[in-house]
Design a protein around this ligand. Sequence first.
Ligand code: HEC
Ligand code: HEC
Length: 339
Amino acid sequence: MKYAVSFLLALMALMIPSLVESDKLVISGDTSVASLLEQMGEDFSAKKPKDIKNVSAEIGEDIIKRGFSKRGGLKKSKRQSKHFVCTSCHNVEREDPDLSVNDAQARLIYTDQQGLPFLQGTTLYGAVNRDSFYNGDYEKKYKELVKPARGDIREAIQLCAVECAQGRKLHDWEVESILAYMWTIDLKLSDLNLSEKEITIVDESLSKSDSIVNSTKQFVKDRFLTASAADFALPPENRKEGYDLKGDPKNGKLIYDNSCLHCHFNMRYSYFNLGNDKMSLNYLKNKAGKFSMHSIYQVIRYGTYPKGGKKSYMPQYTQEKMSDQQVEDLRAYLEQGDS
Ligand code: HEC
Ligand code: HEC
């Protein structure tokens, strides 16, 4: 009996601190940035998946990577697009070394180190942490369609499914599943490159006054971009001369291998085949300086348009996705040939 009482007391003593701490988030590198911000009063509920039939993160991941899902007894649904999957144009991993800046060259190096492609679409990693979509000049391209999508991630997903991927509209359960998956690839505290000391300060501020909490919230939000800027760029006026910049062929090879070949190698997402052979490189080299639909300047800055019946097309690269310098680097690589 005596033992039982002291055991009970010991157990209670163990429980008390955990009861006190229970609704406070314990912060670590794996902590979701959104859940931290929620603790500070931010509201993400509108972006959370709705609890409707057939919704799961696994199904969302299938749709993003394969265009359909057969999980959970689903009959194989029709592929979302005949031409693409979401990952043709978007990574689902972190792609920037510093999430508070939008720097194409830093991204090229970082994605290369991670073994990731370098693409026209912004990564879907952390998409749920952003609050504006199809920013900047995308309004010019998709006009009225951008309005509902700009502030609404569900509409942004639908717009991309139909316009970018040139496929069918997604069912509600597919959109919600994509959102459920996106919540598994939301930003984590470790993505914000905070020092140990900064993490401790953030942690401690959670139990302080509203004004401290608010300034800490701002401090956290300043560590990542809540919108992916998009400025359309033009080809050089004189394509023979190119942009007035000296290209670096080594950097150009990274662009060719990690971007162009992602879609064109073995005609993966395009009928136009490219490889690392002399023929491909020479072809692009000879077209580069001409007013041709096959000039790199043309396809990089304007993309191509879906032609009647054959609805595949190449998305353009904005200034943020490929700088003029990088285009010139690519040209320098083509001119040098593979070596
Ligand atoms: C052919 C290329 C392509 C395909 C396929 C594609 N996208 Fe996109 N997507 C883009 C481009 C280009 C943008 C322009 C804005 C950006 O990402 O910076 C975009 C934008 C988006 C955005 C808004 C991103 C932002 O921060 O502005 C979301 C969300 C999105 N796509 C989801 C999807 C999903 C989900 C799929 C698959 C069903 C998909 N996309 C398929 C090219 C594509
Ligand atoms: C997201 C996938 C994707 C990426 C990345 C990509 N392309 Fe394309 N590209 C396409 C598609 C799709 C077409 C349209 C041709 C077709 O119907 O398949 C195309 C068309 C082209 C064309 C015109 C060919 C024609 O028949 O009209 C050229 C040239 C070209 N791409 C070069 C490049 C270069 C150079 C890069 C790298 C800077 C690149 N592409 C990156 C998908 C891509």
